[in-house]
Structure formats: structure tokens, C-alpha cells
Design a protein around this ligand. Structure first.
Ligand code: ADP
Ligand code: MG
Length: 446
């Protein structure tokens, strides 16, 4: 019944002429679908109604659909190669018709080349590349990329689309945000053209939908989305989704949708570590065609560690400040910009924050620093943290000892001496301590 509604109701009879029945269908896809799925039925019916000589011809109504959709929010390119309304001669052979071209709505700057790889994004990025190589043919369907705001979900989503368009496979790619998708649905309901919309989406080989968390509580949008998702997935079309949280935590979404989102791969994006932030900022500086002193780049990356969008924002306003006021790009200027830009609670320089930075430096969970363990690398980190706490804060030895799992002040004295000895004798240790100290002074309010 649903398929009758979808596939037969929209058909308009045009004429019956010399045993040739001409019908009008809304688009190319429609025609192909009928031919593929209802060929037998059509043949049989034509034969029984019009006899052996009976034939069926199609008229494809494209111009109207394209112009309508442009009004509704442009999802078809203006220079679409219209399949003109010529009758297609033999309905039972699919002639080599040009494929309808859909503007993929991609931002060409967001590519894999401009997306810096790091631990924070490795899985999502490589899954994205795999999907771009073989859309619809990997286990990653749907590929759901999730993570906090400003961590690169949209960038990665476009990168996948761009890669597919560029590899010349001729696949129809479409990027759409939930906002836009939802608006299309509202329009389509108004215009009574939901079927057209659904049919249109079935043309797509790779559907990229950004910010699916906005599906929450939009019942109609969810329903249509569900429908489209199923159709595409069934025909091995690739689906890429992004979300600001893992699918299981999406509130206000039907369970059946959430369970489908878990079919493929859910890959997250994390906040990039310092090295990755620096690499990203280099890329952005390149793009802005400005050379920025390394020191300044590093300073920014030390201080802006919430997300990449903010990092980028600081860079852009730094460049703007410098050129507007004819100033040189210096650490001082960067400091000013950051203070205006990021309302950061300046982290206090205290024992706990020093422990955090030291733990990160040694690649240890911070709790290990204060634990009982005597493992060499932990003891080393602990002693370094004690030494720096003594040097950089005003805390008395006793208080410092307490903050390291209730240790005695004599332990702290011993640690300071041990670190001092190493500093005196070990060149490598000395330079590693210097960079650690610099990091603490740059990160904490000193
Ligand atoms: P989201 O969609 O997750 O909110 P975006 O994709 O809009 O985030 O990313 C915000 C900005 O950060 C974009 O300009 C993007 O290019 C940039 N960005 C994020 N991650 C990276 C990365 N790994 N390499 C380069 N640029 C990145
Ligand atoms: Mg986004």
C-alpha cells in the first residue's frame, strides 16, 4: 500500500495513442525505480490492457521539480543537467541517460589534507578515509562521528564528501544539516510534496547529515529521516552522521533510530593534545598566509585548549589586531587577544595544578603521583612534582607532603635533593625540566 502511494499515485497519464500509453513521472529516479521493481507488473498490465503491441512511454518531469526545489531551499544545482521531458523510447531498456547532478553542498576547504591527524581523532579520521574509499561497502555504515563543539565533526564530514567527489566515482554526494533537512520537510509538507522529497533523497549515494542531535523532539523529521535512512541503507548507500554526543545519549530520539545509528561505527573526536594543536595552528596560519613566530603559536596552543574553533578564533583575531593596529605579532599581543577572547579562569599555580601538568608530561594518570607505588617512573614524576611545588609555590614542605598522599616533609626534602642532583649531572634531564617549567609557567597564572 505504501509503495502504491509512493510509486503509483504520483504518476500522471498523459495520452494513449496508437497502443502507446504515455505516463508522466516526477523524475529520473522514479523512472528507474519503476523499471527496476515493477517491470514485470507493468509489462503484464500493458499487455492485458493494450494487447501485444501495447507500449509504455515515460515523460520525465524534471524542470518543474528542480525549480520548485530551488525555491524550497536549494538542494539541486542551478546548472543541473536536466533530463528533458523527451519521451524515453523503449521503456523496457534503460537507455544511457545522464545522471541528474546534485550539488553536494560541500565546503571545498574541508578536506583530509587540511585535517590534522592526532590521537584525538585517529579512529574517526581513518574510518572516514575508509568510507571515502569504498562508500557503502565497509562495515562503517552508518559512520557516526561524535564529539564536543568545535572539534572537527563538520570538517571531517565534508572531507569524506570531498574525497568521494574527487575520486571520480561519479557518486551522488549530499551534505545536509538537520536544520536544513527539517526545513525541507516543513516546506514539503506545506507543498504536499513529501514524496518528491523522499524520492529525491533516494538519488543520493552518499548522504552526510550534520548535527543529528537536532533531530530531538522533531517527530515528523525523525519519521521521514527514518524512512530515508532505511531506504538508503538497504541499497548499500553510505550514510555519514555527526552528533555532539554518542548516539546512546541522544535524548528525544526514537529508540528505533538510535539503534540504527549503532549499526555501523561510532567514532569520537577528543580535544587535541598540545602537539596536535600546534600542528593545526600551523595549518591555519598557512591558510591565512601569515607567518607567525613559533613562540607565539606555541603560546596560543598552551593557553587555548578547549577546542579547535576557539584556537582558530584567537589566531584570526590576532592577525586582525596586528594588521589593523600595525603591530607586530608577539607573545604580548597574543596574551591580550586571548584575554579578550577566552574568558578563561586563570588556573592558579598550586600543588594540584602542578601535579596535573607533571602527570601529563610523564604520561601518567594524575592519581598515580600521590599513590603508594614505588615504580621508578612514578617516583621520578612524584619527585619532580614535589620539587616544582617547592620552587613555584609558597607552600611549606609539610603541606606539600600532605598533598602527595600524606607523605612526610622529610620525603619532600629527599625529593628536592634527588632532583637537584640530577639537574647537576644530567644534561638531558635538565632540558626536560626546563621545558616542563616553561609549560607550567605558561599554563598557570604565574
Ligand atoms: P564541529 O563541527 O565539531 O563543531 P568544526 O568541524 O566546525 O567542528 O571545526 C571547527 C574548526 O576547527 C574548523 O575550522 C575546522 O577546520 C577546525 N578543525 C577541527 N579539527 C581540526 C583538525 N584536526 N585539523 C585541522 N582543523 C581542524
Ligand atoms: Mg559542526
Amino acid at each position: 500500500m505504501q509503495s502504491f502511494k509512493t510509486w503509483f499515485e504520483p504518476i500522471k497519464p498523459v495520452r494513449l495513442d496508437n497502443d502507446i500509453l504515455t505516463i508522466q513521472v516526477p523524475n529520473q529516479f522514479f523512472y528507474e525505480w519503476l523499471e527496476e521493481h515493477y517491470l514485470g507488473l507493468l509489462k503484464k498490465t500493458i499487455k492485458s490492457e493494450l494487447g501485444d503491441k501495447g507500449r509504455l512511454e515515460y515523460q520525465i518531469l524534471l524542470d518543474q521539480q528542480a525549480s520548485e526545489s530551488q525555491r524550497g531551499g536549494s538542494w539541486i544545482n542551478e546548472d543541473v543537467e536536466m533530463i528533458n521531458a523527451n519521451q524515453i523510447q523503449n521503456p523496457f531498456v534503460i537507455p544511457g541517460i545522464k545522471k541528474m547532478r546534485v550539488d553536494p553542498q560541500l565546503n571545498s576547504w574541508y578536506t583530509f589534507d587540511t585535517f590534522v591527524e592526532g590521537d584525538c581523532n585517529r579512529l574517526a579520521r581513518s574510518a572516514g578515509i575508509a568510507v571515502a574509499d569504498r562508500p557503502g561497502a565497509t562495515a562503517f555504515n552508518p559512520l557516526v562521528i561524535f564529539g564536543d563543539v568545535g572539534l572537527g565533526k563538520t570538517h571531517l564530514a565534508h572531507a569524506i564528501g570531498n574525497a568521494i567527489v574527487q575520486n571520480g566515482s561519479n557518486k551522488t554526494v549530499l551534505y545536509v544539516s538537520i536544520e536544513k533537512f527539517s526545513n525541507q520537510i516543513i516546506q514539503a509538507i506545506k507543498n504536499n510534496s513529501i514524496n518528491d522529497l523522499i524520492n529525491f533523497y533516494q538519488l543520493v549515494d552518499v548522504l552526510i547529515v550534520d548535527d543529528i542531535q537536532f533531530l530531538a523532539n522533531r517527530t515528523k523529521t525523525q519519521e521521514i529521516f527514518f524512512h530515508i535512512f532505511n531506504q538508503l541503507h538497504q541499497s548499500q548507500k553510505q550514510i555519514v552522521l555527526t552528533s555532539d554526543r554518542p548516539p546512546k545519549d541522544l535524548d528525544g530520539l526514537e529508540e528505533r533510530l538510535i539503534s540504527r545509528f549503532k549499526w555501523g561505527l561510532n567514532a569520537d573526536l577528543q580535544i587535541p593534545d598540545l602537539e596536535t594543536r600546534i600542528a593545526i595552528l600551523h595549518k591555519k596560519a598557512e591558510k591565512e598566509r601569515t607567518s607567525i613566530p613559533e613562540k607565539v603559536l606555541e603560546y596560543i596552543c598552551y593557553h587555548v585548549n578547549s577546542n579547535v574553533r576557539e584556537l582558530e578564533g584567537v589566531l584570526i583575531s590576532l592577525v586582525a589586531q596586528a594588521s589593523l593596529n600595525n603591530k607586530k605579532i608577539t607573545v604580548e599581543l597574543a596574551k591580550e587577544v586571548i584575554q579578550n577572547f577566552v574568558q578563561r579562569q586563570h588556573k592558579e599555580i598550586n600543588v594540584a595544578n602542578i601535579q596535573n601538568i607533571v602527570a601529563e608530561h610523564f604520561g601518567l594518570p594524575v592519581a598515580r603521583i600521590s599513590s603508594k607505588t614505588r615504580k621508578r617512573e612514578v617516583v621520578m614524576a612524584r619527585q619532580v612534582a614535589m620539587y616544582l611545588s617547592k620552587n613555584l609555590t609558597d607552600e611549606p614542605l609539610k603541606a606539600i607532603g600532605e598533598e602527595f598522599g600524606g607523605r612526610d616533609h622529610s620525603t619532600v626534602i629527599y625529593a628536592i635533593k634527588a632532583v637537584q642532583d640530577l639537574l647537576d649531572t644530567d644534561q638531558e634531564f635538565r632540558s626536560s625540566m626546563q621545558s616542563l617549567e616553561k609549560k607550567i609557567k605558561m599554563t598557570l597564572a604565574y
